[in-house]
Design a binder for this molecule. Structure first.
Ligand SMILES: CC(C)(COP(=O)(O)OP(=O)(O)OC[C@H]1O[C@@H](n2cnc3c(N)ncnc32)[C@H](O)[C@@H]1OP(=O)(O)O)[C@@H](O)C(=O)NCCC(=O)NCCS
Length: 181
């Protein structure tokens, strides 16, 4: 468990979280469906359980953890690594927050922690964050954290039949180290 601020903490998600995470997902279906492509394949608790199993396998294989974001002890979102490229020591972070927890800087704080975890614990050389070009709220997070915009990947994501471009941001270990001074 990692304490982020007095009301927010992160902890690795386990299979036992399937029920709470599925209910949170279901409550936020419309909100999340706007920018995340997987809502239509998560229709039952078993689907969330299968996702959690996959994230635990990923972590065991040294390819990065996925954390639940707890707000006053209850799940409020998810942040973690897509499977890390160990050869190139490169990782990409993904995240989402429940609709009513937005607007307080929570994800920026959590993301700052996960970036630090990526460089200092996972020994990454490069951390990437990518968001649909029109997803202004998501893009604001790497921008606040000093990531550099590297370019636009065209048609990177299939949002229910609409292919959207992604703005790709990255922070390098040298840049992270320089910002600590
Ligand atoms: C992307 C997402 C996590 C962003 O959530 P968010 O609440 O805007 O991000 P934060 O928690 O960092 O909060 C930032 C907001 O809090 C405000 N804020 C208040 N105190 C703050 C602080 N100390 N530090 C930073 N921001 C603060 C900011 O001004 C900003 O509000 P604004 O958008 O009205 O300017 C959320 O919109 C979401 O889950 N969307 C759906 C899924 C998604 O798009 N995932 C990403 C796919 S790439």
């Amino acid at each position: 468990m990692f304490v982020i601020d007095p009301s927010t903490s992160l902890r690795v998600l386990h299979e036992d979280d399937a029920r709470e995470l599925f209910l949170l997902t279901d409550d936020n279906r419309e909100h999340l469906r706007r920018w995340l492509p997987w809502l239509d394949v998560v229709t039952r608790e078993a689907d969330t359980r299968a996702y959690l199993k996959a994230t635990l396998k990923q972590r065991k294989e040294g390819r990065g953890p996925v954390f639940g974001i707890l707000y006053d002890g209850a799940l409020a979102g998810v942040i973690g690594f897509l499977p890390i490229d160990r050869v190139n020591r490169a990782g990409e972070i993904g995240y989402w927050l429940a609709r009513e927890r937005q607007g307080h800087g929570t994800m920026t704080l959590c993301c700052d922690f996960v970036v630090r975890y990526g460089f200092l614990t996972l020994d990454l050389n490069r951390v990437q964050i990518a968001a649909a070009t029109e997803n202004i709220q998501s893009r604001a997070i790497p921008e606040r954290l000093g990531f550099k915009l590297e370019g636009i990947m065209r048609a990177r994501e299939n949002l229910y039949g609409r292919f959207v471009d992604h703005a790709v941001y990255a922070l390098l270990r040298t840049e992270f180290d320089a910002a600590q001074k």
